[in-house]
Design a protein around this ligand. Structure first.
Ligand code: 13P
Length: 254
């Protein structure tokens, strides 16, 4: 069975005190309520990474994630954080290519290819984001090809052994933070198309790749989304800032 993952993307939220409180609530609830084979990932702002891991060391299914890494291993890049630095803080996962970074920081498919290489070279699991804009969706055609193209451009240079480590997150941009959620039919259609596209390059391996859905996921819509055969969990923004909601979403996993 594919790995079932619920990852929380805190984005640029949570002071130290708020973050510590949220992590301890999530860890306590996870112990009692979340299935042992459900993987929880907390993708915090970088300053939290230093202490966060110590708070859930005893909880085998809770992992630490960053929200980005630089495409180079080290150097004079003030303000940036490299994959080796993240790994030295025992980070497990890293979100790459989030639409907010693609939009506000002009991250290209080519740049994300280099970031993916850095992440994998340092044993970080990339949570690689893809997704179409509202205007692309409303155009009615071509959006599936666009999203598959993002995968081709940034990931299809990987060997099968490397690709096997990647987690994909489909996040329709029009559903992020808007309260609009893709219907389960829309999510399933895209996830199945992505899996077929991955199979065209990597064959059977496609069935082993976890593809998460992201975009206004919440406890009320998670059961329907996670029931889709090709949806293997979620990348959760706003609802990951509330321990009860985040855990309830995780409990909706298959
Ligand atoms: P929301 O869940 O707040 O819509 O954010 C989704 C997201 O961007 C996760 O990376």
């Amino acid at each position: 069975m594919r790995k079932q993952i619920v990852a929380g993307n805190w984005k640029m939220n949570m002071t130290k005190e708020e973050g510590q409180a949220l992590i301890s609530e999530v860890v306590n609830m996870a112990k009692d309520e979340v299935k042992a084979n459900t993987i929880l990932v907390l993708c915090t702002p970088a300053p939290h990474l230093g202490y966060a891991k110590r708070m859930f060391q005893s909880q085998a299914n809770v992992f630490l994630g960053a929200q980005d890494c630089h495409e180079k291993a080290s150097g004079a890049y003030t303000g940036e954080i490299s994959a080796p630095i993240l790994k030295s803080f025992e980070v497990d996962y890293v979100i790459l290519g989030h639409s907010e970074r693609r939009e506000y920081f002009k991250e290209s498919d080519e740049l994300l290819k280099a970031k993916t290489d850095q992440a994998l070279a340092n044993n970080l699991i990339p949570i690689f984001c893809c997704g179409e804009s509202l205007s692309q969706r409303q155009a009615g055609s071509g959006f599936i090809e666009f999203v598959c193209g993002q995968i081709t451009n940034s990931l299809f240079h990987l060997s099968a052994e490397q690709f096997a480590k990647v987690v994909i997150a489909y996040e329709p941009i029009w559903a992020i933070g808007t309260g609009l959620t893709a219907s389960s039919e829309q999510a399933q259609e895209m996830h199945a198309a992505l899996r077929k596209h991955i199979a065209s390059k990597y064959g059977e391996l496609a069935n082993e790749i976890s593809i998460l859905y992201g975009g206004s996921a919440k406890p009320s819509n998670a059961p329907e989304l996670f029931a889709c055969p090709d949806v293997d969990g979620g990348l959760i923004g706003g609802a990951s800032l509330k321990s009860r909601d985040f855990i309830d979403i995780a409990k909706a996993l298959k």
